[in-house]
Design a protein. Sequence first.
Lengths: 204, 204
Amino acid sequence: MILDKQDLEQLEQNYRRTFVNSLAGFRQAVLVGTSSVEGNTNLAIFNSLIHLGANPALFGLISRPDRVQRDTLQNILHTKEYTINYVGAEFYEKAHHTSARYERGVSEFEKAGFHEIYHPSCSAPFVEEAIVKIAMQFEQIIDIPLNETILIIGSVKQVEMDASLVAPDGFVNLSEENVLISQGLDAYFVAKTIGRLPYAKPLQ
Amino acid sequence: MILDKQDLEQLEQNYRRTFVNSLAGFRQAVLVGTSSVEGNTNLAIFNSLIHLGANPALFGLISRPDRVQRDTLQNILHTKEYTINYVGAEFYEKAHHTSARYERGVSEFEKAGFHEIYHPSCSAPFVEEAIVKIAMQFEQIIDIPLNETILIIGSVKQVEMDASLVAPDGFVNLSEENVLISQGLDAYFVAKTIGRLPYAKPLQ
């Protein structure tokens, strides 16, 4: 089956959204926790976590121009802090529910059934149930004028997880804990290990 | 275990790279095929495919400031075309080998053991063995000055895959074909399905 640009443009809108989103493949499902300046908490699922660099440790998130993610974006811009949380596959329905369009002021923590937990280093709430809890410091917004999306860049200011997840070389064994993966807007998975490989060297 | 910013900065360099890269979680492993203006082909594994929008269908790739990915970047900038290819898990060693630092002019297709295939719509080579073959039109480069990485944005100009992979609502069943997933710089996985969920609506 071959679809060209014109075929894609002529697809029915919902079909196209499902097709193109799922075509982009598998990615880490993350719950982004924020708090408004008034102290209202917010939790939203993102599937656009981007590794930008290890030193300094910088992660990006793509924010679309819609209402749900705007709450998260506004809170990040106002407070300069947010959390990134990875949950296990048993929470997939709750994680998905954070994408429901609640009014601003309603906390998705409560509605989805997650618990807030705080650390003195960060004003934003973590997800107590999360296997990996990352505190982020907002660094920069980069506009993507082509389609009005936004790249939110932050630096990692704290990482909390069970020490047993980290291999002697620093590798984080997320698959051992069945950390939730997503594809498209509504499909959830866990990872089944194929293997790790040594640094690739040119063949002679 | 809690690591703060200072702890991260003090980690040994290789340990930190492995830790932060793998901390960013699971993502689609993609092989990016390009051709230089002289006709030399290039194939490089990326784990930074970003869905930016469905209409128009826009995907991003993060390019680091290193030599291997610069070949890909230069070819994209010169020819304005590239391909994105997803392979099955059985090719994980070959896919990883495309990250070896070959001299410019040496084709990673040949060295890694993949075959080039062409379509009249695109000057860049596809991976014949790939389950999903996407032809991309270069649209824009966005600099990320914080750490000198680059966001390469392209629009989808053609998608080729077996029609049986696409569900009636447009969802692409990549997990059925054991499409390769990566984590960090050297770990490979396939996806095990948890489930798909309906559009999330607010609880009353």
